[in-house]
Design a protein around this ligand. Structure first.
Ligand SMILES: [Mn+2]
Length: 307
């Protein structure tokens, strides 16, 4: 797949998070090595271009709930259209978040592009690499921030009327979604995952089964019955010893090697349409470790296996 064309887009959107800081991630990840690695990859003949950051909407109201909803209503169609143009041009976007609510727009872009090619209804697979399933529902019981509920939206749930926006109406079939690395799951999220029969590999499963086997099974599942695949990688899936700069650090996470293995496997996936790397928070980082881990993962994604 070395003929693949990659386009990096910074998405400094952190309105969907309880904490500020992930908006600084695109810049921090570039400075931590991504820009240098991209330059190096280009010199080796890989096609990869950094398109800078997309402009953000105005902050509407800090008090709106779920937090980030009003901003996302404006921002998601704009981001989806920008990513849609990259997809339509034949590129594979690499989205540098930002908080995890931006997947709402990425998924809309991939659905829209398949429709533009006459595939209707489109079927999209999602590989969700995260310590958290982000499957909360609006209301005061959880965090009530949009970055805790993108999966609820993707699976057809109502998150503050987002679904009524025409560009955001598509859904993912639960059988085409796979979680990897879960280790902080609310009881109601667990019930919902089991109820829908969603394939979910916990961090413990990574120990028990091994990341290589999990990757094989997960990639088969998200690509078998689908037209395109999205990889969304929340950096908090990694252990806090190598990725401390996140809003909800959870001990017992994946190693950098395990993250790299996922990226090498994804590199070879023909149906891969779009990749996201989200939730790096430079304001909570230690000496740029998390941003560096992120840039190394993206390097492996683009470069593929070492040998
Ligand atoms: Mn997470």
């Amino acid at each position: 797949m070395d003929e693949r064309r990659w386009e990096i887009l910074g998405v400094p959107f952190d309105f969907g998070s309880e904490c500020e800081g992930t908006g600084q991630a695109p810049e921090a990840i570039r400075a931590a090595g991504l820009s240098r690695l991209v330059e190096h990859l280009c010199s080796l003949g890989f096609e990869v271009a950094d398109r800078g950051d997309i402009a953000l909407p105005e902050r509407v109201d800090r008090g709106c709930r779920p937090q980030g909803l009003e901003e996302m209503k404006v921002f998601a169609p704009a981001l989806a259209s920008r990513l849609g143009a990259m997809l339509f041009g034949g590129s594979t976007p690499i989205v540098l978040g930002g908080d995890h609510s931006i997947t709402i727009a990425s998924a809309a872009a991939v659905h829209g592009n398949l429709r533009a090619q006459g595939i209707d209804p489109p079927s999209v697979g999602v590989l969700w690499i995260d310590a958290h399933p982000d499957f909360e529902t609006p209301g005061p019981h959880g965090t009530d921030a949009l970055n805790a509920m993108p999966v609820t939206h993707l699976l057809g749930g109502d998150v503050g009327g987002l679904r009524e926006i025409p560009a955001l109406g598509s859904t993912i079939d639960p059988e085409n979604l796979v979680f990897v690395g879960l280790r902080d799951v609310l009881p109601e999220e667990r019930r919902a995952i089991r109820g829908l029969g969603i394939r979910a590999f916990s961090a413990t499963d990574v120990d028990r089964i091994g990341i290589a086997e999990i990757c094989r099974e997960a990639l088969a599942r998200v690509s078998e019955r689908t037209d395109a695949v999205i990889l969304t990688f929340d950096i908090d899936v990694l252990d806090p010893t190598i990725a401390p700069g996140v809003d909800y650090p959870q001990p017992g996470g994946l190693s950098l090697r395990e993250g790299m293995l996922i990226m090498e496997q994804i590199h070879a996936l023909e149906k891969l349409a779009l990749v996201e790397l989200v939730e790096v928070n430079p304001t909570k980082d230690r000496e740029g470790m998390t941003a560096r881990s992120a840039s190394r993962l993206l390097h492996r994604l683009i470069a593929g296996p070492v040998i």
